[in-house]
Design a protein around this ligand. Sequence first.
Ligand code: 5AD
Ligand code: SF4
Length: 478
Amino acid sequence: MVSVELGRSEDIGETARAATRFVHIQTFGCQMNVNDTDRILQVLAPHGWAATEDPAQAHLILLNTCSIREKAEQKMLSQLGRLAPLKEYNDELVLGVAGCVAQQEGAALLHKVPYLDLVMGPDHIAELPAMLERMKQGERRIAETELYKRKDFRFVEAEPREETKVSEFVTIMKGCDKVCSYCIVPFTRGREVSKTPEMVLREVEKLVASGAKEITLLGQNVNSYGKDLQSDDMGPLARRVPSFAQLIKQVDALPGVERIRFTTSHPMDAIDDLIALFGTVKSLCEFFHLPVQAGNDRVLEEMRRAYTIESYRETVRKLRAQCPDIALSTDIIVGFPGETDAEFEDTVRLLEEVRYDSIFAFKYSERPGTRAEKLGDTVPEATKKARLAKVLEVQERVTRDKMEAMGGKVVEVLIEGPSQRSAKGVGTNLQMMGRTRQNHIVNVPVPLGDFWSRRWVGKLAAVEITEVKSNTLFGRFI
Ligand code: 5AD
Ligand code: SF4
């Protein structure tokens, strides 16, 4: 999971000229939060708000927070401390916390942090303008963190932003009905609620019309898409709800969608109709993020993951039989309560056996209110640290082997924009960056004219991999 900091500079277009107030948002955590930040900016825009990267210029500062691990939460608190002095210079400044920490802590956060004005759970984004209006009318401090029941929850339908990217995310559902014992998400994001297929398709169409080529369908557990809509109380709508696999086909059928990805899936629900799409639905990329968390059955049972290593292996076998060049990635937690050295070694063995293309590995972090909290945080920090280092080291070797094997191959790359180094003006070689269908990043040098004209952006290009250097692929257009 990456930590992203967003904050869009005030715009030079109409919105900014009409704007009377500036909002500065810092986004932590997962893509869902990144997406929520876009929705927050979207609901504020018609009320005269424009985004700014400069907190000192802002009338509203929001930290869109993550609470998946304790470290993410601490980061948010220290960031709040850094921003607090701004209130001394601007007594109109509204300082707020949104996202998962807001949901988890609720009004208590206002007591904990005396200079905080606003606590807004993720279900309340649409109400933000009304909350700000209440403050204008004199209300001092507001906390809105009720988790809406499914029937009361409304998505904010996404509108494309001005700078639509080549690769965009579309939220298809929120929440999670699984009961993984370590995980706080079911508490911070509530039960699963799916967008109607009509809304999903409309959002994809709008993004494609404004320049997107690759769409990642986003949810905590996308394989469950539509199950909540199929329940009896949804009446006639229930009959029209596609399964997740059917939804992918509907998105694929929209003109202009070049690539589809999705994240995240629970291995239990990676069922045959979804597996069958790989290699058959043209725009569906050969990439599957399939979080295993641990390689040992006892640990998985304590984690309440509802699968065994053998059934997980079977899913991997089926996927590779269906689509031999599918790339796989996973999430690993090390140091779950009670995890012995031998149990941990099972995780290492699994990594060596499956040979993922990439992994995200985390030290277990005890989360308040979860089932696993009752087990105690029994694995010492030093052991967690050593286990994390071990899985990363094992994976490093696998990743290197896999990347080296790509040398000389010709791959399809969707060019997204300047490479990170070129965007920062580092190095003399101007490079564009793109991704293969298997999600590998490839940097391709281009002549000065092509770089500035951006003529490659959004193009699907055949690229020969010419060099593999410290886990980065370099290529040339052919
Ligand atoms: N401690 C450590 N890692 C966690 N994750 C979720 N909850 C925790 C926790 N309490 C990891 C899981 C999940 C990923 C998004 O974050 O691996 O798949
Ligand atoms: Fe958390 Fe498990 Fe749901 Fe993923 S599937 S969000 S790990 S409860």
